[in-house]
Design a protein around this ligand. Structure first.
Ligand SMILES: [Cu+2]
Length: 137
């Protein structure tokens, strides 16, 4: 057991000693793996940037109403929906092109506004609950 541990320790130490020359080599050689491994991160950040460029709006669902019941939004904006009621609600486009799904008490969902987002929406459990998004810009 202790022999194995010692070998593992030696292996780790050698790896650590070898690593700095590899890093130096990576700087002058763009084909090494350590350079490629660093690339996914910037790509992931780039994907979140379009959404970050838009605004995030919050609509509360409380006492069987959407608050505010009229909301001005632009393509690229996000809408965060929060159900403050005890009973489940949804925010669902009248043509069902977008939908939060059922939200229990204090549950949230986020939808993203597009240029063709349907503006009229309602709650599928309580169809009298209706409200409107106003696409601007
Ligand atoms: Cu409802």
């Amino acid at each position: 057991m202790s022999d194995l541990n010692r070998r593992a320790f030696i292996g780790a130490t050698v790896g650590t000693i070898v690593a700095p020359p590899l890093l130096v080599a990576a700087c002058s050689s763009p084909t090494t793996q350590s350079v490629q491994a660093a690339q996914p991160e910037p790509v992931a950040k780039a994907q979140t940037q379009p959404a970050a460029g838009g605004q995030t709006h919050t609509v509360e669902i409380k006492q069987f109403k959407f608050v505010p019941d009229t909301l001005s939004v632009r393509a690229g904006d996000q809408i965060k929906w929060i159900n403050k009621d005890i009973v489940p609600h949804t925010a669902t486009a009248t043509d069902e092109s977008w939908d939060t799904g059922s939200l229990a008490k204090n549950e949230t969902a986020v939808t993203v506004v597009s240029a063709t987002t349907t503006e009229e929406y309602f709650c599928v459990f309580h169809p009298h609950m209706t409200a409107t998004l106003k696409l601007v810009g």
